[in-house]
Ligand binder design. Structure first.
Ligand code: CFM
Length: 536
């Protein structure tokens, strides 16, 4: 089932002309006959449109920094910012033996009117002292919220002085909510800080074991990374660090010695991946561990990178064993799921990744998109040189990196890298659009009005999205699956994750609840007309 340009125009007709023109650029119908299809992305949301996006602070503190468990993450701002970025994302973390884990704490300066009027610097300095003395974290981050930037608190100076007082790293992030058009700006700000102040601070000069890797852009939502680690460790990989799910300062500071960086979520971590390549000579490989087929492909790509016969054989043996174990279970669920259609609209990666898992179950994704991704996440990294740098992106400092004098080491020769690039996505991401079928819809920054309209026309069997928009489709009679925090479930990654996901969505399809809901369009007339008056 697909839509025509005319039908999309009809949806956008209710907007004022300028808004219509703008929104049209954010929507495309996949057509592989065309040489290239450009989509507008990472631009400001139109005021008044109900978007699902978050803010720069959410992307920095909430997404990238927050999961690092042995650091204390202080929110300098009103209490709500700290509270709403505290654990709601379900990024799980285990406390290692003799290790530290502050995930269950929410640290905030709880700024009040007095602090806004007279400045919050002294309060922040006191707060850092109190946190360090009470909890003894391995490092501290301070994330700025909107009012901090507006009143001009110098968080960098406060952090620097605190670092000298306490002798542990204290890092300041100017990630005020308004720094960019979405949480994407915050990812970039956090990436810069992690690369500058964390990675490379460790003493390791060599990888501690064969096949040493970092898993970048994996946040352990619902325990995803634990399922990946189970398989990767059994194959023989040594995981130096995960950025940042269940991650730690202690591990991340030695991330520079890895032989390979995996990139699961391209949007939130591509800056670090790229900078690690320049600074330490470690290439990155785009992986997707969502879905059985996708997981198998990623494992094979990894084995090809190392090119070691023993590793390739072990990889194949584990793939055969795991697939034989989960496939019969998935086949049962597939009987119910097969032939259904989905909308898959998530933040910056999952709109693409989960299409693979849906496909494993015979479900076609007819509409997909991202809240805040950039054009390269849709069209592929080759478009990066063509992306216009606007005033909003200029707001975020670009870190200039050079090969590290002490630690730079080419992990593979340039010739071998070029050879590998022909067969695996090494330092490359081809984007979501390349894998969408013709006629299907790609929408950037989907809003609530358009959601309802697309649902009314395409009538998907499942709506996969987030907490802000899930309840409207749910009330329209469409099962709605949260793909940010997994609605209290998970893991959904890897082999066991695919089974859990299949079980969850099959339960959603088969619950008798839907018999008690009448979708609005069921009461709509098939035809509309007017009665002719007598004698006319
Ligand atoms: Fe990456 Fe994420 Fe995502 Fe993301 Fe997010 Fe998230 Fe997400 Mo919610 S880092 S871009 S900023 S995969 S919190 S774990 S689910 S919007 S698609």
């Amino acid at each position: 089932m697909s839509l025509t340009e005319k039908e999309i125009d009809a949806i956008l007709e209710v907007y004022p002309a300028k808004v219509k023109r703008s929104r049209k650029k954010h929507i495309i119908i996949k057509d592989s006959e065309l040489a290239h299809q450009e989509i507008e992305a990472n631009t400001r949301t139109i005021p008044g449109i109900i978007t699902n996006r978050g803010c720069a602070y959410a992307g920095c503190k909430g997404v990238v920094l927050g999961p690092i468990k042995d650091m204390a993450h202080i929110t300098h701002g009103p209490v709500g910012c700290g509270y709403y970025s505290w654990m709601t994302r379900r990024n799980k973390a285990k406390t290692p033996e003799y290790g530290k884990n502050f995930q269950s704490y929410c640290f905030t300066t709880d700024m009040q009117e007095h602090d806004i009027v007279f400045g919050g610097e002294k309060k922040l300095a006191r707060m850092i002292d109190e946190v360090v003395e009470t909890f003894k974290p391995n490092a501290v981050t301070v994330s700025a919220t909107c009012p901090v930037g507006l009143i001009g608190d110098d968080i960098n100076a406060i952090a620097k002085a605190a670092q000298e007082r306490h002798g542990i790293p204290v890092m300041a992030f100017s990630c005020e909510g308004y720094r960019g058009v979405s949480q994407s700006a915050g990812h970039h700000i956090a990436n810069n800080g992690v690369l500058e102040w964390v990675v490379g601070q460790g003493e390791m000069t060599e990888a501690p074991a064969k096949y040493s890797i970092n898993i970048l852009g994996e946040y352990n939502i619902g325990g995803d990374s634990w399922e990946l680690e189970r398989v990767l460790k059994e194959i023989g990989y040594h995981i130096i660090s995960v950025a940042t799910g269940d991650g730690s300062y202690e591990e991340l500071k030695n991330a520079h010695v890895a032989d390979l960086n995996l990139v699961q979520c391209h949007r939130s971590i591509n800056y670090i991946a790229e900078m690690l390549e320049i600074k330490y000579g470690t290439p990155w490989l785009k992986v997707n561990f969502i879905g059985v087929e996708a997981t198998i492909k990623s494992l094979r790509d990894m084995a090809l990178y190392f090119g070691d016969k023993e590793l390739i054989e072990k990889t194949e043996a584990i793939i055969v064993r795991e697939a034989a174990r989960v496939q019969p279970i998935l086949d049962q669920y597939r009987k119910i799921c097969e032939g259904k259609t989905a909308f898959c609209f998530v933040g910056g990666s999952r709109g693409h990744h989960y299409q693979k898992l849906f496909l494993d179950l015979g479900i076609d994704t007819v509409l997909a998109g991202y809240e805040f991704a950039h054009r390269d996440d849709y069209e592929g990294r080759h478009v990066i040189p063509d992306i216009k740098v606007d005033a909003d992106s200029k707001n975020i400092p670009e870190l200039h990196v050079e090969p590290d004098k002490k630690y730079f080491k080419l992990k593979i020769s340039p010739e071998r890298a070029e050879e590998l690039k022909k067969i695996i996505p090494l330092s490359n991401y081809p984007g979501m659009n390349s894998e969408m079928k013709d006629g299907y819809i790609i929408v950037d920054d989907l809003n609530h009005y358009e959601t309802e309209e697309f649902i009314r026309i395409l009538k998907p069997d499942i709506f996969a999205s987030g907490i802000k928009d899930k309840f409207i489709p749910q009330k329209m009679g469409i099962p709605s699956k949260q793909l940010h925090s997994y609605d209290y479930s998970g893991p959904y990654a890897g082999f066991n994750g695919a089974v859990k996901f299949a079980e969850d969505i099959t339960a959603m399809f088969t619950t008798p609840t839907w018999n008690f809901i009448t979708p609005p369009w069921k009461g709509m007339p098939m035809l509309e007309g007017a009665m002719q008056k007598e004698g006319k």
